[in-house]
Ligand binder design. Structure first.
Ligand SMILES: CC(C)(COP(=O)(O)OP(=O)(O)OC[C@H]1O[C@@H](n2cnc3c(N)ncnc32)[C@H](O)[C@@H]1OP(=O)(O)O)[C@@H](O)C(=O)NCCC(=O)NCCS
Length: 242
């Protein structure tokens, strides 16, 4: 397993039990942005037009443009020919084939995860000051996660909070049911000395063991996590450059 981000290949070769994660910046040169805009489907353009702030619109176009570019490389198709379907909870997916993907963006950074056959979810969060991490955790974390957070010294709580948040969100995004999936129905690890792990999924003995959960090494101030419903043999992490 590696967590060093190298320039990614033009023709990525994805095998079963392998996951590829790509990282990119969302604030890209205007010429590139204009090219990406031409790749988008009508519904994506309509969505882009609904953003109130130019920066958010441009980041959405960049995010979808790079997604299409990457999917084009995996599928050996032209990026504009790719058609998305959406789950009841808006998770985009490919209607045909075995390629699974997910994306996340925050603070000008975007992550894309790709694997074969099994559900995958990725998340990125920018660490920020919180007035009361413990109080916020009452709303979003499970009792076991809250107990771990409370046991940590004050200065370790904010990073642990965002570690936990990104891991929970990656799992939720892999499941794909949005926030209709109860956030207190599963526990993830969050202590600084513990590897990322899905610890329990309530109501389903053995389910947690079927999943792999990873922490992604991102630039300072970012927390990234990946969840996939299978045991992974290799995780490749690549930079996408425009
Ligand atoms: C919509 C949701 C999937 C993530 O939203 P988010 O954190 O605002 O955004 P992210 O950057 O992580 O992910 C957005 C991308 O996920 C994808 N996505 C949308 N709905 C999704 C779903 N139900 N499942 C998985 N992926 C989804 C889309 O590709 C979207 O990007 P795009 O619209 O530019 O294509 C959902 O989990 C949510 O609303 N979360 C709210 C945050 C929260 O309360 N989290 C608690 C964690 S402790």
């Amino acid at each position: 397993m590696t967590d060093s981000w190298r320039p990614g290949p033009q023709r990525p070769d994805l095998s079963p039990a392998e996951v590829h994660v790509w990282q990119a910046g969302l604030d890209i040169p205007v010429q590139r942005l204009a090219q990406y805009e031409t790749l988008l489907a009508a519904d994506e353009r309509a969505r882009a037009a609904r953003f109130r702030f130019d920066r958010h619109r441009d980041q959405y176009i960049a995010g979808r443009g790079m997604l299409r570019e990457l999917l084009g490389r995996y599928l050996d198709q032209s990026p504009e020919a790719i058609k998305f379907s959406y789950s009841e909870y808006d998770k985009p997916f490919l209607p045909q084939g075995e390629l699974q993907f997910n994306l996340a963006h925050s603070g000008g950074l975007v992550l894309y995860a790709f694997c074969l056959d099994e559900a995958v979810g990725v998340d990125v969060e920018v660490e920020r000051e919180l007035e009361d991490a413990l109080q916020i955790s009452e709303r979003f974390f499970s009792p076991a996660e809250r107990a771990v957070l409370q046991s940590l010294p004050q200065e370790a709580r904010i990073p642990a909070f965002f570690r936990c948040w990104s891991r929970k969100e990656a799992f939720i995004k892999a499941v794909g049911e949005g926030l209709s999936y109860p956030l207190d129905a599963f526990d993830v690890s969050l202590a600084p000395d513990e590897p990322a792990r899905l610890l329990t999924v309530r109501g389903s003995a053995g389910e947690a063991r079927a999943w792999s959960l990873y922490s992604l090494a991102l630039p300072p101030g970012y927390h990234g996590a990946l969840a996939v419903k299978r045991r992974i043999k290799a995780l490749q992490t690549w930079m996408f450059t425009n």
